[in-house]
Design a binder for this molecule. Structure first.
Ligand code: ZN
Length: 126
């Protein structure tokens, strides 16, 4: 992944940190989870993501005016550049899709959890 400072393909995610989720640019204060790549298996990470998606959709599914979920983001501030760039100055949200989770996995979880509460998911990842 490209570092926003040196623009080289040198960005790595830290071994532990926090992932935050937004759905159509909205999130709950519970729409986040911690990860630890030294402890969590890929299955456990996926379950954490599913659990937080489910949490949001249970809440959102109760709305009377439910818009389709068109935009979903999973991002973290816990990245480091192997060239030593100081990323604390960078305000942009760095996605973990393609890092911690494949786009296919994210899309599948969103669709599955959306169906349970009758929320349409039209998110696509390029
Ligand atoms: Zn850099």
């Amino acid at each position: 992944m490209y570092c926003p400072v040196c623009l080289q393909n040198a960005l790595k995610i830290k071994s532990n940190g926090v992932v935050k989720l937004t759905f159509n640019n909205k999130s709950r204060n519970t729409s986040l989870f911690t990860y630890n790549l030294q402890k969590d298996t890929p299955e456990q990470l996926q379950e954490k993501l599913r659990d937080r998606i489910e949490d949001f959709f249970k809440f959102y599914g109760g709305f009377s005016n439910k818009l389709p979920i068109k935009k979903f983001e999973a991002y973290s501030a816990d990245f480091m550049c192997t060239n030593g760039c100081k990323l604390a100055m960078v305000k942009s949200k760095l996605t973990v899709i393609g890092m911690l989770f494949s786009a296919n996995t994210v899309q599948r979880l969103l669709t599955e959890e959306g169906k349970k509460v009758d929320v349409e998911v039209t998110v696509t990842f390029s």
